[in-house]
Each structure stands twice: as C-alpha cells, then as structure tokens.
Design a protein around this ligand. Structure first.
Ligand code: ATM
Length: 199
C-alpha cells in the first residue's frame, strides 16, 4: 500500500490512444500490487453524462457555456468517490480531466479563467501525460465523426494542449509529452518509464 495517493492524467485529442494507454497502465500497476482507480471523463453513465452524450451525437443542441459547465459537473458527480480513493492512498488514473475542458472549450471561444474556476474543487493531479498526435493522424484513425472531430477545430485544441504542456498556459502541474504516433507497446513503455519516477 502506498503512503500517498498518486493522480495521473492522460490528455490528448481524440484517437490519441488515451483510453488504451490508461487501461494498460492500470493493468501494469495492478500487476505490481498497487490499488488503482480508473476514471474516464466524460462519464456517460451519470445524469450529466447522458445529456453530454446526446449533445455529442447531435441529438441535442446546447449553448457551449452550458456544455462546459456540464463537463465540470460531470467530474463533480465523481468527486466524493475520488476523494475516497485519495484517502485510501490509491493510484488514480484519469482518461481526460479538467485540461480537456480548457483545451476543447477554449477552442470553442470560452474564457480560460472561467473554465479554470469551474473545476477549482477537483484535486490537482501529480502529472499529466499528453499523448501527442497530429490532427490529420487523429482523423485518419477515426470511424464516425462527432461534434468536435473537425480538422480545424482539432488543430486549435492541439495548440492549446501544447501551450499547457510547455507552460505558456499555466496549469501548475508537470506535463510529459509522449509521441502518440508510436506503437501501443512503445507508448506504454514510455508511460511506465514516466510513472515509475513517481512510485
Ligand atoms: P471522449 O471522446 O473522450 O468520450 O470525449 C468526448 C468529448 O468531450 C471530447 N471531444 N471529442 N470528440 C472532448 C470533450 N470534453 C470537453 O470538451 N471537456 C471535458 O471536460 C471533457 C472531459 C471532454
């Protein structure tokens, strides 16, 4: 059992492999005997998650400010659970977290400081792993397109992620950039190398 919790975030544009890498890391750490919680945001099973799913699949139209708030509420719906994990000193892995709202909703024209405010009650992670792939590569990997999956838009999102990763946009957390165009195995190896520094 660890003496302190560890909060690890995966971020990146769509199809960068976050889900796969988050799951592989969780399996790896479990096999080493660590107690793990894995969260994927948005969580589509909650009240707000269902509304967000309808929005993303174009079944519902909503003002982008409302959508940004729904993403933040979606995380708040899980906060009690996350706080319990923290108390139990677990390793917590997030497949998307507050930085997704900053990247996607700033790209939608919303104010950075307002977006930050929406998530001030969420715990600060120890590290962010940014899986970097080009928007062109992302769209090559895609099947069905959802609302945000347009080249120009993804370029904007990617640029905002880069600014967070290089410190131009302050996030108060350490970012690691991993080349998401590599094979699943190579990326996993890199991710493990990074995370092991925190164990
Ligand atoms: P997933 O495809 O990872 O389920 O996420 C759905 C979208 O929600 C994703 N873009 N696309 N396509 C990014 C967006 N998003 C936000 O805009 N803000 C957030 O806080 C989160 C968690 C996701």
């Amino acid at each position: 059992m660890r003496g302190t919790p560890l909060l690890i975030v995966f971020e990146g544009i769509d199809f960068s492999g976050k889900r796969t890498q988050a799951e592989l890391l969780a399996e790896y750490l479990k096999s080493k005997g660590y107690s793990i919680s894995l969260y994927s945001f948005p969580d589509y099973t909650t009240t707000t998650g269902k509304i967000l799913e309808e929005y993303l699949t174009m079944k519902r139209n909503l003002d982008s400010r409302i959508v940004a708030m729904l993403y933040a509420i979606n995380r708040l719906e899980k906060l009690k659970e996350i706080e319990k994990d923290i108390e139990e000193n677990k390793i917590i892995i997030f497949d998307r977290y507050i930085y997704s709202n900053m990247a996607y909703q700033m790209a939608n024209g919303l104010d950075l400081e307002w977006l930050r405010m929406l998530d001030i009650y969420m715990p600060r992670p120890d590290l962010v792993i940014f899986l970097k792939i080009s928007p062109e590569e992302a769209l090559k990997r895609k099947g069905e397109c959802d609302r945000y999956e347009k080249l120009e838009f993804l370029r904007k999102v990617e640029r905002i992620y880069e600014k967070m990763a290089n410190g131009e946009i302050k996030t108060n957390v350490k970012w690691y950039i991993v080349d998401g165009s590599k094979s699943i195995g190579e990326i996993h190896k890199k991710v493990v190398e990074i995370v092991e520094k925190f164990l």
